[in-house]
Each structure stands twice: as structure tokens, then as C-alpha cells.
Write a protein that binds this ligand. Sequence first.
Ligand SMILES: [Cu+2]
Length: 513
Amino acid sequence: MASTRKNVWELGGDWADPILWYARGVNAMKSRALTEPTAWRFYGAIHGIDQGLWQQLGYLDPQEPMPSNADMNNFWNQCQHGSWYFLPWHRGYLIALEAVVRDAVVKAGGPADWTLPYWNYFKPGQDKLPPAFASADWPDGTGNNPLFVPQRYGPNSDGNVFVPVSQINLNALGDPDFTGDANGGSPGFGGVNTGFSHGGQVHGGIETQPHDWVHGLVGGGDPQSNLPGLMSDPDTAALDPIFWLHHANIDRLWEVWRENPTTHLNPSDPNWINGPAAVGQQAFMLPMPGGVTFTYTPGQMVDLSTLGYTYDDLSPPAGTPQVASRLRRLGMSATMASAVAGSTAMPGPKTVELLGASTGSLSVTGTDVRASVALDSSVQRKVSAGLQSAAAGAAPAAPDRVFLNLENVRGLNDATAFAVYINVPDGEDPAKFPDHLAGSIALFGVRKATMADATHAGNGLTFVLEITHVIDTLHLAGGLNTDQLRVRLVPTRPVPAAAQISIGRISVFRQSN
Ligand SMILES: [Cu+2]
């Protein structure tokens, strides 16, 4: 019988039974020693562990016994980011955690069909952290609520945790391709083609937004110590019980993307289906109850019916970008817009071309960082010509999509997050120009990606923001005929110089449909 993951805000109360049983299950896992593969902290370390950071945050005692080397090598530091394995690896991780919690729930006399809820921060009125996670107490008023962690600072660094809806978007759901190339164009809905990738460089569409951004907003950073909140850093994120409800929502959005429209397809490439183990790299392996090891491939993660669960809501959310509405906004008739949109829904070969780039690297400090991107006039004319022919109703294909790349973002503090605006008039408050918001970035994983070690070259992270809607806005206002774009970064809180945040280059690429 398939179980159904439900919306945490719609379970019938702040401490509805599935939440209460989750708390009890988490509590049981937290009571286990770190050496036990089904311990809460062992599960956190599967995502990632930095022992120094864990000690600083009070999650690791330098004297305590560690698991065997074999267990640490097989299971720890496995999370797949900056990779087309991001979604399937995390799907397996959710399935395994759900099984471990359910096992603890059943042993405590709870329901055998207990299921992990999800947190859909996009839904009106549901952008706040669910109350059971925000309270230090159990519902009877006693302390030590295991769903509460103090290291959650929120977008304003004041412990009020919510997701500002104006700063999250579902652009990725409009991407027709699961996989993109790391070539400046779309990285795809699910991410770029990589091998086993514990912290890859280029983050995929759904990974950048909303995934990374919600991590950074919920976790934030300690305004005193500047240490990241647990959710802000992949080496601590899965220690926070809300991690799992956030990832269940990302997992749900994968299924929403796949079903809507039906032309959306998961990769057919054997390297994706069979996973990294098929080419001699590490297999995806997770500890399950009873000492069992769950070994899986991405190809085994694609069909929810065989995996035994579903979601209570797989309808396309409001705000999912539609090619037809873009074309109508540009001036095309409704009939022609839907015909052109239909022909661009199919994945296919794309031309990707550099439209412009900044010169030199940019240091990110303080509260307002500015850069300019010089445009290549001949490429700029191609973009404009496509937009003009759409407006004239004469376009056989949708005009180019345009992508802003923040390349080689390096730094020491994962709790850094900023909004990126384009061509806000000088002297104006960017918040008054939502049509000029390219997107919002949280530097989830930047510290690890900056350090050169055995598995990382130290090239930092690259984020790709689709700015098609901003380019359309500029075009419609007559402001695209320009030789440069002005980029403004607005951090959610001041970036200290000690965080050493820098961007190697800001580039803009056009991509044909
Ligand atoms: Cu995550």
C-alpha cells in the first residue's frame, strides 16, 4: 500500500499526530550513540560533516568514540550537489530516513504507516516555520522538543524563521530539460552531468532556487559569532529536523515537474540511470533499520509507485512559468503563442552564446555590491531581434532564454545570501523593482567548494539564474538597447570582509529554445 506524504500545515493542528510521532522518532534517533548507523547525528553526517564545525556548534565531543573507518568511508559525506544526481540521491536519503523514523515510531507503539510530511513554503499562509519546529517545548510544556534547534536564525538573523515569498520562485519548473550543460546556459531542472559529486561546482535549477535559498533563509547566520545556522551549511544541514520536510518538498517538486507537462522526461542516459557505481565510483548506500544497507541507483528512484509513496498534491503551483504567457506578454496573439509554446516544449539541441561578462573578480562585502556586464553588441542584437519578431507575431520559435552566471563564487561562510538585481536605476531601492530581480542566491556549500582537497579543485560554486523575464521587461520598456547591464547584489545581512566572499566573473549567456 502506498503511503502519502502530506502538507505539514494541513495535518489538523500544530502538533497533529504525524508531527508528534516525528518528534518521538527523532528523539529516539537522537538518543543513539554516534557509532550507531541509525543515530540522528550519523544520519546528519551522511549528508556532510565537518568535525571542527560540529565541535564549535556543540554537536560533537572531541573525546567521543567515532564509528568504524569502514562505516565512515561508506556512509559519511555522501550528499550529491552541483550534479544531476542531486534529486535521486536525496530521494533515496528521504526514503531511508523515513524508514528509520518509522521503525522507531512503531517500536514506540505508533502507527505503522507513519509518513514524513513536507513543508510547502510557497503556499499562502504557510511560509512560516511550522510551529512545532519553532517551540523549544513539547506540547505539554516540557522542554527538549527534539524538533527545535537554536541554530536557526532566519532571514533577519533574529530567530524568526520564514521564507519571504517575494524572493523565491519556481522558474525551474518551466525548464523543459532535466539536464543541462555547464556552458553558461540552463543547467537544467535537475542539474548538470557529473560523476559522483559530493559538492559539484554548478548548481542545477531546482537546486539553486528554491532549494539553496530556503536552506540559507532558514539557517541564516549567528549575528554574534557569524557561525552559520545548521541549515545554511551542507555539513550541518541534516542535523536540523526541518531539513527533511524541506527536502520532501523539493522531492515533491521533482514529481510536479515530471508530470507537468508530460513532455518533461527524466534522463535516459545510462550514466544517470545506473549511477556513479556503474563507472567504478562510489555507490549510493544508506543504513536502514536492522543493520540492512540500502544500495540504490538513480534509475530506481524515478517511479514513485514502485517506491511505495506519493504526495497529496502534485498540481502545478501558481507561479510556474509558462512559455505561452511569456509570448503573450511580448505581444503575440494567444493562438500563435500557444502554438509556438507547444513546439518549444520538447527538449532538443540548443545554441548557447556569451552575451557579455564582467572584467575581473568581484569582492562581496557590506550591504550593496555593484558590477557591470559589458554586452557584445552583435549578440545583443540577436536577442533583441528575437524579441521583436515575437512582438510582431512572426516568430516561428520562442525568443532566446537568457541566463546570468555567477561564476566561481568562493568564500568561507555558507550563511551568505543575496538577491541579484539588474538595471535598477542608481540611487533607487532595489526592493521597489521586483521586475528587475534576477533571483536570490544562498551560498550553500561554498566553504567546502573553496578549499582545494582530494575531491575538490577549490573552484568555488557557480550559480545560474534565468533572467529571461528581466530581459523581457527591459525590452518592453525600451531599455535593452544598451552596451552594458548593471548588476546589484543585495545581501540579506551585511557580509563581513572576514567571510572572504568573491565572484570570479559575472557572465550572461543567450540560449536558443
Ligand atoms: Cu538540501
